[in-house]
Design a protein around this ligand. Structure first.
Ligand SMILES: [Zn+2]
Length: 148
């Protein structure tokens, strides 16, 4: 039985084939969002993207995967590229569908974030100087207060 420690200090037991099918994907998702040593951390956890509490348990993630039309070959796709890993922001899609989504869901065209806060001068933050990718400052404050 494998155990993994998450940022919340939870130990999660991994057992059975069902869990193992999704284990690598789930583990990578947790690492990208929580492990500053992960090579992708800056594009995920480093810019405020989290795994929702429910999915810190692999059992919940596997249950969601099986109830949301997972098929081998599909990958986990966040609908809002600036949103968290959570059931309401994720779906399974092919690589080409994901690329299409990235283009059509251009953050720069939106006037409001997913919670309805306006992207005005005061509320808009950029990940870095060379990027057009922005995030909602009010949502960042909500996320930070949730962590305390
Ligand atoms: Zn917001």
């Amino acid at each position: 039985m494998n155990r993994l420690r998450t940022n919340k200090g939870t130990f999660i037991a991994i057992h059975g084939l069902r869990e193992n099918l999704h284990y690598a994907r789930w583990h990578n998702m947790i690492k990208r969002c929580n492990d500053p040593a992960d090579k992708s951390y800056s594009a995920y956890g480093g810019r405020g993207i989290k795994v929702c509490d429910e999915w810190l348990s692999i059992n919940n993630f596997v249950t969601w995967a099986e109830n949301s039309s997972y098929r081998p070959g599909l990958s986990l796709d966040r609908i809002d590229n600036d949103g968290d890993y959570s059931p309401d922001n994720c779906r399974w899609s092919t690589h080409s569908e994901q690329m299409k989504n990235r283009r059509s869901f251009s953050r720069s065209l939106l006037t409001h974030c997913k919670r309805g806060h306006e992207y005005n001068e005061e509320n808009t933050r950029y990940y870095n100087k060379n990027s057009n990718a922005r995030y909602c400052n009010k949502c960042r404050l909500i996320r930070e207060s949730r962590d305390k």
